[in-house]
Design a protein. Structure first.
Length: 122
């Protein structure tokens, strides 16, 4: 499977500064910002700055430096938001079955209330 990246997706536009965002953390290779339609009191999206469609694409083609930066940024956002004590959830949707809306890798950090079971039916 080879991935092709659409540089007109909304997160690419955010990275180019064409669309505003509420930044939580920016590092050399990673941007974290608040979801525009939060599903929980804390809902932060973490994206690599590089052009990766999904987690598998990132794992295949990103440099070690990008991967380390990204994983550490996820943890740092959790600490910055004070989530360690009460817990949180990390979600990465991919493709059609994963119901991925934006084709640029992102993980959702969700917290601030009991989130219920992982999957709803339907
Ligand atoms: P997905 O379904 O692809 O995993 O999640 C995409 C997420 O991006 C959704 O939770 C949606 O609310 C969020 N989103 C879509 N457009 C924008 C935007 O322009 N700004 C921000 N901050 N979030 C967005």
């Amino acid at each position: 499977m080879s991935y092709s990246y659409d540089d007109q997706n909304i997160f690419a536009k955010i990275l180019r500064g064409e669309i505003p965002n509420t930044t939580v953390l920016e590092t050399e290779h990673t941007l974290a910002f608040r979801d525009i339609h939060p599903q929980a009191p804390v809902h932060v999206l973490v994206i690599p700055k590089g052009p990766y469609v999904c987690f598998d694409h990132f794992a295949l083609e990103a440099s070690d430096a990008e991967i380390v930066d990204y994983v550490r940024a996820v943890g740092e956002v959790c600490r910055m938001e004070g989530l360690e004590a009460d817990g949180w959830r990390l979600i990465a949707n991919a493709g059609t079955n994963g119901v991925q809306e934006v084709p640029h890798l992102h993980v959702h950090i969700l917290a601030g209330r009991v989130l219920g079971r992982m999957l709803a039916k339907g």
